[in-house]
Design a protein around this ligand. Structure first.
Ligand code: AR6
Length: 180
């Protein structure tokens, strides 16, 4: 069986040298605050110019661009759900963000992808639940043996990092090897 690596990191996603980094964008895809603002600042103006051609993106869906001045070759832009108490299909939509980003990476022949903690900032998704969805979606994807070598979860704060660390330590799945 081909084993997919999962790595956990604490830091800034814009510094990573992966085939793709994922942006927690909004549906305009034209930039914003948080990780979205950081990615657009680091990538330069050409990123927003390419994004303008994409006609936005619906919640749960994903679109790919080049990485421009980033060390990452591509940016996969996905739009997480705004947390509304859990009554607006938020869990399924967050799962779609991870799943659709992974599928898009494989479709484009990419081997490594890094995710921020989608929706857990301005969109107020509860951290524990968001982490469970992220880890479960990625490990299930790995079990299907899809050609992706490496998924990085990169947290910008200790609270998110600790949640991931607890869940990843407990993983018992032969399709995955975890590195901290
Ligand atoms: N590297 C890695 N993670 C980061 C970075 C960074 N440089 N900066 C922030 N984070 P948020 P959302 C973490 O608010 O909740 C934007 O305005 C941050 O600590 O960026 O999906 C968009 O345009 C948090 O854990 O995204 C949308 O309007 C995580 O990234 C809206 O915010 C997500 O926080 C999307 O909200």
């Amino acid at each position: 069986m081909i084993v997919m690596k999962i790595k956990l990191k604490l830091g800034d996603i814009t510094k990573l040298q992966t085939d793709a980094i994922v942006n927690a964008a909004n549906s305009s895809l034209l930039g914003g605050g948080g990780v979205d603002g950081a990615i657009h600042r680091a990538a330069g103006r050409q990123l927003v110019e390419e994004c303008r051609m994409l006609n936005g993106c619906r919640t749960g869906e994903a679109k790919i661009t080049k990485g421009y001045k980033l060390s990452a070759k591509h940016v996969i832009h996905t739009v997480g759900p705004v947390w509304n108490g859990g009554t607006k299909n938020e869990e399924a939509l967050l799962r779609d963000c991870y799943q659709n980003s992974l599928v898009l990476a494989v479709k484009n022949g990419l081997q490594s992808i890094a995710f921020p903690c989608i929706s857990t900032g301005r969109y107020r998704f509860p951290i524990q639940l968001a982490t469970e969805i992220a880890v479960e979606t990625v490990t299930t994807f790995a079990s299907l043996n899809n050609g992706l070598d490496e998924v990085i979860f990169i947290c910008n704060d200790q609270e998110n990092y600790n949640q991931y660390s607890n869940l990843l330590e407990a993983i018992n799945n032969s399709a995955v090897s975890v590195e901290f």
